[in-house]
Every structure is written in C-alpha cells, then in structure tokens.
Design a protein around this ligand. Structure first.
Ligand code: HOZ
Length: 425
C-alpha cells in the first residue's frame, strides 16, 4: 500500500497529469491501488518516498538487467554529462554504440539510433513499407509495439491492462493496413498471407511476447514466420525492445537462432536512458534519409549521455556472458516456487530472465488464454507482495524482470513471500 508521502504526491499529480502518471500502467489501476512514488534505487532494491525498501522485479520495465545505478555506468554517464548534454551533431559515441550493437546482433548491418521503442517501431515500419513498396503490416493480438496509431490494434501492455486494446483517437484509415493474427498460430498467419500476401510489407512480432504477460513462442513458430515471409517477399521484423540483450547477448534472434530482416531495440540498449534503435539488412536501411527517401529524424537521437549509458551497459554484458545463465537460473527458482505454492491455480511462463504468473488454470500461449487470467486474483497477489517488500509488475499483463543484481538472498526471500502469499488465497 502506498504511504502518506506517495498518496500526497499522487493526489497532486492527478491534478496536472492524466491519471497522475506519464505512462498508464504506473498508475496501479490494474491492481486497484494507488502507486508508490520512487525516490531512488540501487542494485536489486528500489526505495519509495516513504522510506520503504522493495526488491525490484520491474527493473524499469526491462532496462535494468544489471540492477540499478551500476557504478561503472553511472561514472561514465557523469563524465559524459560534464561534457554537454546534447549537441544535435554526430559524435564518436554514436559510432561506438552502433558498432557494439552490430557486433552483438550481426543481422543489424546498418542501424539508426532514436529515442523510444515507439519511435523505433514506427520508423522500422516506414522503412519496411518504403523498401517493399507495400502497405500492409501483420501483427499479433496481445503484442505491443508502442503507441503509434497503426499499431494500437489488439495491443498488449497498458492498452490491454486498461481494456482498450484498440485506442480511441485513431482514425479508422490509420489501421486499415494493420492485419492481426493469433500469436503462436501460424494457420492464422497463412490465411492472411493467402488473402493479402502481395501487399504485406512485413510481419512484426515480439519473438517472446512480453506485453500480455510473458508468452514464449511455440516450437517452430518463429521458424515458420521466417519461412512464410521469405516465401511472399515480405520482411520479418523482430521487436526486441524487451528481449534484446536480455535473453542472450544477441537477443532472441541469437537465443532462437532466427535472423530477422529488421530488428527494433530499446530498454537495455540505452542502459536506462531514453534510447532505441532500428536496423537490419543494409539494402533495407539504405532507404532511410539522407541515403534514401524514407524520412525520419530527431534532435535528441544518438544523444551523448544516452549512448554512453548504452555503451557501458552493453560492454559489461559482453564482458560477462555468464550473467545470462545466472539470471535464467534465478528466474527458474522463482518459477518453481510459484508453481509449488499456487499449484494448478496458476500458469507460470518463463523465457530466460522474463517471467509471468498467470492466475488461470489454462496454459497461456496467446492473447485469448492470457486474458482468461483472473486479474482480481493477480491484484491480490500484487498487494501481498508489495506489503512484504516485493515490487512486481502492477498488471497481470506485464513481465517480471530478473537482474544480475538480484542476490540469492533476494530470490530466497521472494520465494518465501510467494509461499506466504499463496497461503492467503
Ligand atoms: N509499456 C511499458 C511496459 N511494457 C510501460 C512503461 C512504463 O510505464 O514505464
């Protein structure tokens, strides 16, 4: 429960910002609570303005793979700040980060740095359309690719949490080129391709869906998407905003061994600063201005502070590849604890260091099974965890993120609290 200071800040914030927040899920509406306001964070812990300490499994919705305020990253950022915050001109840091990303994800032969996942996806789609000369995009129900107009169709994340998977304010014409298939169901993809194949510029997917809760791809699903898109000369876009540098050094494309045509990155790529990326095969990216006629620009793109945070974070991950096995192991412990505690009342999905506890007896494999979850039960679970010092996603439809900073002690404590919480159901 939010403390006195959080409550007061929330009350004031509601007067000036919609719902008191700058991103809907943060308002805690999906768990019937008022949000805690955060003052600071370090390592695996986050602290609210009332002085409460929590073990943090939100990790800023993904960027915090190294935990909070990692000294090496902070020191580099401080130094970068002292040299100026923004120049609106090319810098060496952009080049260094671009090379690092390409080394870790070789499918990104050419790439562009932008500021947010929404912007990166929007631009990637424009490039795909420009390159193929086709208009239609195929996405999956429950996948979230940011809040640009054409993609707010059966969207996940906050859109799903708020029960507005199709947003108001989006003119019908903006979404008439968006086709929606079922995640993990290639028959639904083939049917759409049979009907519209020659007009589909790209299939965009989260290789692991993580915005309707975590839903891993079924065996062969991504492979089939690769094959179908090739067959129809359509592009395959992996939205790796969440999975990039999280599932493996080289993201989901390395983890599953599939090479997309275009990749979108965010979160970890910026090491906690606002930075996102889109890139892919060189011949596709050559359509982007000033080389080609697909226009996209930004004053803060490739910002020197954000690129510094990204560089240091990716360097740490590259130098310490053992991190990935460790965080996956820690996540598996939490999964086992949740399954043991709640039994068949829940479905626990894990992919690497991403996890979700769905309050449903069904196996969650797609949008329909994800929304079969009892969100009131999730809200109760969330409240019990928070009361006991565990900060987890304030929505059934967001992921739990495990970081390198989570200690064995943190994991054991969390497992105990999950057990205690289950006893109250
Ligand atoms: N769209 C983000 C989660 N998938 C939420 C971002 C935020 O509220 O900070």
């Amino acid at each position: 429960m939010a403390g006195v200071k959080s409550e007061a800040l929330f009350k004031n914030s509601m007067e000036i910002m919609p719902g008191g927040v700058n991103s809907p899920v943060r308002a805690f509406r999906a768990v019937n609570q008022n949000p805690v306001f955060i003052e600071k964070a370090k390592g695996s812990k986050i602290y609210d303005v009332d002085g409460n300490e929590y073990i943090d499994y939100v990790c800023s919705w993904g960027p915090g793979i190294l935990g909070h305020a990692r000294e090496r990253v902070i020191d580099a950022v401080k130094e970068a700040c002292s040299k100026g915050l923004t120049f609106g001109a090319p810098t060496e840091k952009e080049y260094i980060l671009a090379c690092l990303i390409q080394e870790l994800m070789p499918s990104m032969e050419m790439l562009r740095l932008v500021n947010s996942g929404t912007e990166a996806v929007m631009s990637a789609i424009r490039a795909a359309r420009g390159y193929t000369g086709r208009d239609k995009i195929l996405k999956f129900a429950g996948c979230y690719h940011g809040h640009s107009d054409g993609l707010l169709v059966k969207a996940g994340s906050g859109a799903l949490t708020q029960s507005v998977p199709d947003s108001l304010g989006v003119p019908a014409g903006y979404t008439e080129n968006t086709l929606v298939a079922e995640y993990n169901n290639t028959t639904s993809v083939k049917e759409l391709f049979e009907k519209y194949g020659s007009s589909i510029a790209a299939v965009i997917t989260e290789p692991v869906a993580a915005n309707m809760g975590v839903v891993p791809p079924a065996a062969g699903f991504l492979e089939e998407l690769r094959q179908i898109t090739k067959e129809y000369n359509s592009l395959l876009i992996f939205d790796e905003v969440i999975t990039g540098f999280r599932l493996a050094k080289g993201g989901a494309q390395e983890y599953f061994g599939i090479k997309p045509d275009i990749t979108v990155l965010g979160k970890i790529a910026g090491g906690g600063m606002p930075l996102a990326v889109y890139g892919g095969r060189k011949e596709i990216m050559e359509v982007v201005a000033p080389l080609g006629s697909v226009y996209q620009a930004g004053t803060l793109s490739g910002n020197p502070v954000a690129t510094t945070a990204g560089i240091e974070t990716l360097r740490i991950l590259k130098e310490n590849p053992g991190i990935y096995k460790e965080i996956e192991k820690k996540t598996a412990k939490l999964k086992t604890a949740a399954e043991k505690a709640f039994g068949s009342n829940v479905c626990v999905n894990q992919a690497g260091s991403l996890m979700s506890i769905f309050f449903t007896e069904k196996k969650v494999t797609d949008y329909t099974s994800a929304v079969s979850s009892d969100t009131l039960k999730y809200a109760k679970y969330f409240g019990l965890m928070l009361e006991n010092g565990i900060y987890t996603a304030p929505s059934q439809f967001e992921a739990m993120f495990i970081s390198d900073a989570h200690t064995d002690g943190d994991i054991e404590k969390t497992c105990d609290i999950i057990k205690q919480a289950a006893e109250l159901f």
